[in-house]
Design a protein around this ligand. Structure first.
Ligand code: BTN
Length: 250
């Protein structure tokens, strides 16, 4: 980590329609757009999720992507996904009815009452040496609607009896993200790791994780200093850097 510098001002570019806000952010980043340029669209024609999945993007939800240019090694950029989840959580909690349980699902999902309300797609390009040219933080938040045919339960602010405009939420998420990124630059991953664990889905309990070549089950014991999931399995501890949680049994 380097000394924190004064962050560039927030610049929001809003489009009625895009293929994907992440794709537009990449084009702008490659063309030299400064850090904290934030792109939003009312509709995405080709919204993308993690692992090549589609992200349904009708009007009424929030689709945004922020360009970041951290002075950091490319290897630590996945940590920004956890900072982003915290920023989304911070923006959503004040809007939710009392006793709504907001949780973070490893690695970067945000759930309310067990339903996925927000997804995060982080993409990064290497710069000189081990550095970063840009990181695109893509965020989709279900405000007015959520998809029905998903392999996981989904929800939206509307389904929870709450409401917010995409514009207002974009501002709240962006400001919270700026605070968490500044903290990350100043203090590293540890404060983010601790805050994320306070609301981690399934921590301390049984968990199943799908890896490219196998399925693992075990007890979710911790998140390590790089954001990898630490699972205690019948054959010993496993450190999982990338995978998908497939079950959380009570
Ligand atoms: C996931 O959970 O699979 C990640 C979903 C990320 C969706 C957002 S919507 C704004 C941005 N543009 C995209 O094409 N994807 C991200």
């Amino acid at each position: 980590m380097t000394e924190p510098s004064t962050p560039a001002p927030l610049r929001v570019l809003r489009f009625p329609e895009l293929d994907s806000t992440n794709d537009e952010a990449k084009r702008l980043a490659d063309a030299g757009a400064p850090a904290w340029t934030v792109i939003s669209a009312d509709i995405q024609r080709a919204g993308r999720g993690r692992r090549g999945r589609n992200w349904q993007s009708p009007a009424g939800n929030l689709y945004m992507s922020a360009i970041l240019r951290p002075s950091a090694s490319i290897s630590v950029t996945p940590q920004l996904g956890f900072a982003t989840a915290l920023a989304v959580g911070e923006a959503l909690v004040p809007l939710l009815p009392a006793l709504s349980n907001l949780q973070y699902k490893w690695p970067n999902d945000v759930l309310v009452k067990g339903g996925k309300i927000a997804g995060i797609l982080l993409e990064a390009a290497a710069g000189a040496g081990e550095g970063v040219a840009w990181v695109i933080v893509g965020i989709g938040i279900n405000l007015g609607s959520h998809p029905r045919e998903t392999s996981y339960p989904a929800t939206s602010l509307a389904a929870l009896g709450a409401a917010a405009s995409p514009e207002a939420l974009l501002r709240e998420v962006s400001e919270a993200l700026r605070r968490w990124v500044a903290r990350w630059e100043a203090e590293g991953f540890e404060p983010i790791r601790r805050a994320w664990l306070e609301r981690a889905l399934g921590l301390g309990g049984p968990l199943g994780v799908t890896l490219p070549s196998e399925k693992l089950t075990g007890r979710f014991v911790d998140l390590d200093r790089d954001g990898a999931l630490l699972l205690e399995t019948a054959t010993g501890p496993r450190r999982i850097a990338a995978g998908e949680i497939f079950s959380v049994a009570a």
